[in-house]
Design a binder for this molecule. Sequence first.
Ligand SMILES: O=C(O)CCC(=O)C(=O)O
Ligand SMILES: [Fe+2]
Length: 377
Amino acid sequence: MAETGPTDSPRGKETAPPVCSPEVYTSPPPQPNERKPGQLSPEQVRQFFEEGYLLVKDYFTPEELQPVREAVEELVDDLAQRMRRAGKITDTHKDVGLFQRLTLLNKEYPGAAVVLHKKGKLPQAFRDLWSHERLLNVMEQFIGPEIAGHPIWNLRTKTPRNEEVTVPWHQDNAYLGVQSLGTLQPTAWIPLLDANKDNGCMQVVRGGHRKGITARHLCCVGGTWYVELPEDEIENTLGCDLKNDIVTCEVPYGGVLFLNNAIPHRSLENNTDQIRWSLDLRWQHPDKPCGFEGIKDVIPMRSAKNPDLKPDWEKFESVDRTANQQRKMNNESGAEDEFDTTIQGPWMLRWEIVNHNKHTRSLLGEDKGKNPIWTKA
Ligand SMILES: O=C(O)CCC(=O)C(=O)O
Ligand SMILES: [Fe+2]
């Protein structure tokens, strides 16, 4: 397990990087002997571990992703109807298509995009994609034959010019507890349309994972719940050269961007009039710490030891991840309100809070005595 840095830091705040675990992020496991559908070439596996990311175009056909688009359409429709019933909006914009409807809902009820992002419901099409045989064959190449889904997965509701869905520089490890520093947790980032620099595709800092350090992040950016990895940390602590190492990852529809959990990345602003929908799904070895202990467990998906294993979706879905995060942060009322537009999570305890907003302020609520590990920043 990873240790934190100096012990004289305020409890719950990390002021120095934890010890390094470079080999976790840079060493592939023994590769499978059999050829299986969707597997990557040895060169692609090498790139994932050496550069910290891998872009694969044409991984899915449009037909394979169509059910995912339809499931998102249904989620938006369901949200619109619930908001109208609750008197939050008057027009559900029923006839507006997938790439615009949520923007209109968000105009009438600012935060609708956040409410949907928080929802965390897994329609069948999302389950099928996450446990897709070809993706699990890739995960076997990255983490070995024991594979579980990580509790943090997201539907990104990236409406145009919306700070709340523009994610600043970070390492995914920064959103988790220090105990998972020794766990490789690859992400598949899958857009539901062509993602490009105009509609807010991802950028990565090539090689920023190699030291296996989670550098010092700050909390929280602007009016959001996001932590930020300052650029000087990326250069000085992670040893990257931002002039040369930033890679803009335009991913065509059907493509997948694989990300290592220690690589710095961000998403650009969406300057178009279309919503840049994407899903990010994560996996890890089922027995290793996931960094989200006490909030939600991993979901085992495939096991060489137990070839009959099937994901237990009902059990996984019975735990509301976001509401649990909020409860842990003493925001009981936010957890109960289905239209609450704030997000709180354990990362707010881990990093120094240099900017307060509505998301962090709830931590200062009446109930803070219940949360003795939190110290006012
Ligand atoms: O899609 C985005 O805007 C951010 C995605 C991200 O940070 C991730 O997949 O880890
Ligand atoms: Fe991320």
